[in-house]
Design a protein around this ligand. Sequence first.
Ligand code: ADP
Length: 488
Amino acid sequence: MDALRGASVPPQRLFIDAKSQDAEGAPLDVFSPIDGRQLTTLAGATASDVDRAVASARAAFEDGRWRRQPPAARKKVLHKLADLIQENALELAVLGVRDNGTEIAMALKAEPGSAAGTFRYYAEALDKISGEIAPTAENVLGLVHREPVGVVGAIVPWNFPLMIGAWKLAPALAAGNSVVLKPAESASLSLLRLAELAVEAGLPPGVLNVVTGSGAVTGEALALHMDVDILVFTGSGATGRRLLQYSAQSNLKRCYLELGGKSPNVVFADAPDLDMAAKAAANAIFRNAGQVCVAGSRLLVQRDIHDDFVAAVARHTAALKVGDPLDLATGIGAVHSPDQLRAHLNFVTGAQEDGATVALGGNQILQDTGGWYMEPTLLTGVKPSARIAQHEVFGPVLAVTPFEDEADAVAKANDSVYGLAAGVWTSNLSRAHRMVREIRAGVVHVNTYGGADGTVPLGGVKQSGNGHDKSLHALDRYLDLKTAWISL
Ligand code: ADP
């Protein structure tokens, strides 16, 4: 680990047509959240660089070098890629952590670990995709083919680049598409390496291209491109809105958006193990410094147990060490940028103005490292209408609000423009099922929080987006339906 921690990272270039290529735009500096020092530079792809990447993806799609390979051959390549990810797991994880600041204990599992599993899942799925024969009248045959869509534009965020990247790439490639991937400017390194591994695994040139650069230049060019057939995205609601506009301004490409959340974690007095629930509530918001789309950022606690429960959450939070993301004992890594950290601190000030009390944390710490760190912060007495209860912080800040009974819990849980995830803690089975039905969210955890694996879909409702990653359902968006109507 020590050798990897200090390894120099050469200036990064674009990955187009299986070759490392220069960009026309100015390079972007990449700083590590661990110590604030410059790590390397990224190529800044311009619209014409993006054109080259899309042209490469289009050529690969049209000549069928990937989509026309027998399913068994494509399956082998994706399994080989999973093998290579596992063989290079430590290198990939450390590179990613130096780039984005996630604590390594989490990154090892959530990044290469999860990405390898995702490639294997879709490798296994790709030879089970069948068409249909429609129940037509005798004199015709109606066949429904499922075909790859074409060129996929994938724009992904910085919090879990490999995991979320694999959620898009694996089903897109399994279905036979070509992809142009645009990673976040502050988390491109491990995905550039993944693209090299994909070619080593046997993915033909041009099937996966990576363009790096800013969202405003590189991302916009990809989203506006007339030859990108669909756009898959994970990131902020503000960017999601822009992508829909770009689609409308260009070729009406389909957009699948995974956006933010303000997920309620609801604890009833009859939870089976309140101490376990308190520990899970702390982990649900503070791991990866709260930079998790499904983070349980609103804690709703039944009034009778409120004070004791908050004390237990504070106790478990104190046990999570904030610090060096490359130390295996660290429970909470760095905040990914100084801007983000400033925004978190402003949220805490705003919450106090709205009447909340800082029960724990609230400050920047470890300034002597040069990196960006924040204390895990617990805010109590948060009114449901307060800014801190309504806006996504994407940082280590937990807003706690008491509730009276089940109806009040449902009303408060649903009082949000978001609907990504939720948690419910109760030993009453009927209540658990009622809550699952009533809470408007893409996933409702019961007596646990997080950890839903690749066999189930993840996607939001309301302003959390319209897409679903993971599971066999994710394949649907990368496949078009085509009808053959044959007169007999
Ligand atoms: P976050 O708050 O997680 O950084 P963003 O939505 O800003 O969320 O970033 C997610 C991804 O979207 C990144 O890869 C970023 O570069 C990209 N992005 C940001 N702005 C735009 C834009 N205007 N057009 C296309 N992509 C963008």
